[in-house]
Design a protein around this ligand. Sequence first.
Ligand code: ARG
Length: 578
Amino acid sequence: HTHGVIALLVLQLAEVCGLSEDVFIPLISAVPVSKKQSAADLCVSVKRLLQNGAVAAGGDLQSKTQALANQRDAVVEEVSAGRGVILFRLNKLILAQKLLEQLRSEPDVFGVKSELLHHLQGGRTLVEFSSPNIAKKFHAGHLRSTIIGNFIANLKKALGKEVIRVNYLGDWGMQFGLLGAGFERFGSQEKLRTQPLEHLFEVRSCVSFALAQVYVQVNREAERDESVRSAAAEFFRRLEQNEDQALALWRQFREITVDEYKRIYQRLGVHFDHYSGEAFHHHQTQNVLDVLMSQGLLKTTEKGTAVVDLSEAGDMSSYATLVRSDGTSLYITRDVAAALDRKQRFGFDEMIYVTDKSQTVHFQQLFHILQTMGHQWTERCVHVAFGLVQGMSTRRGEVVFLEDVLEEARSRMLNNMRQSSTELDVLMFIKCVCQDFRGPLMSDYKFDWDKVLQAHGDTGVFLQYTHARLCSLLRRHASETHSCCDVSPLVDSRSVSVLQHLLRYDEVLLQSANELQPRHLVIFLMTLSHLAASAHRELPVKGSSAAVAQARLCLFSAVRSVLANGMRILGITPVEKM
Ligand code: ARG
């Protein structure tokens, strides 16, 4: 593909310094628009240059790089020394030309296929996210996992990985005992089929309305009635032993719920390649236990449980329980089985789990067990943890279902807006995404309806608004050509700021990919939108000469495509009208 302006600089740098281009590629960064005191566009850290074997070039590096500026047709106009960095000021015409050329010929891979990101290409990434539980509450953490996991999957995909999206449903465990026992006591197949509307305004759970009633009632009764608790244990035991009738009921619960979830994921523009779940892997746990046993890693305790010693000294100062005293498996047992099965089935190169931080220890233990079993690939398993979302509740009480959040947003928004329902969903999602995405993932965040529903400010709506405005500008001038051969009208400070900012896109993607944090991308897109807004204000197309109009349209079209690509990675579908 076309070589960008950075590639050009790298080429020249490598040449004058007598080093390979690869050395320089990761060392060059764009000077952030906000930090500009000098007119420099790019910089190289001297320390990193030295660390990377440019020592030989050492002392006279400065004079060598200086030579760049003296070449004829040089991309570099001036080389200067900053604090610990060598600064390069680029020829703005070449900058504009190269960038716009690249953006015009390959708008969809701009940034993502750059030299800087080359090493990330290829390989298979499994991202497991959302993963709600079937007979338990859907909490805000599941929403956050859905949003973050979707972002990570999109990002990896954009960077050239083959991505497998897995939803690991909590579809096994004692909670099913409770639901099953409850259903056998006071559930009704009739209601399960019809889901009458009169139940709509009762407390809703993660399952269908009819199941919700059972869920609420059985949980209430289990609290004060021992016999309900033992019935639940009994039902779960029947499940564990593959008893037909119990399994049939379980299957029914699961199906109803998964269908419901699929509808909502679709509403949010999120999809999964695989719905798996604890139940499926439950059937593989015996195999895992056999392997552990044969490796001498499984120890039976006095209490009758089976554990894996995770302590360094082998003194059981830390361990994980894999089998309960009644012989049933646990959450972690199923996770070990699931990881092994996935590795075999999908042959992933890396696997990413996205959950709230309360599960950090669980995943540490899981990785530890896999490591102990001798699976080297565990090194490329990552748990992306995020903080808890506090205070997400609706007028009817605590959030129990994702749809409640959407409905609440809709009803609150309808007070001051009239929009079609899909637009509202998207809007709502964007707002969640952006409120969520600007901080570090690990910090807890307080959910704030007012902030989510704010029409102004730095939210996803602003991105959407900017995108729609650019689209309408480009639509209005659709008859004029956007291919700009003459970029000379783009050397004013506003155009240059936009171009300089675009130069940073691949670095921002790299940072997001390295840290698996969306905020770098969010902040980049917000800044891009601000720069675009002021450019749009100050650089009219209408009324300008043909050459100026064409160059500006070309710039706006470039901004639009980067904005759209970035938004899609975040999980926001850009709209063309608003
Ligand atoms: N279903 C779990 C929960 O809601 C999350 C599953 C996370 N993934 C895993 N492989 N354990 O808490």
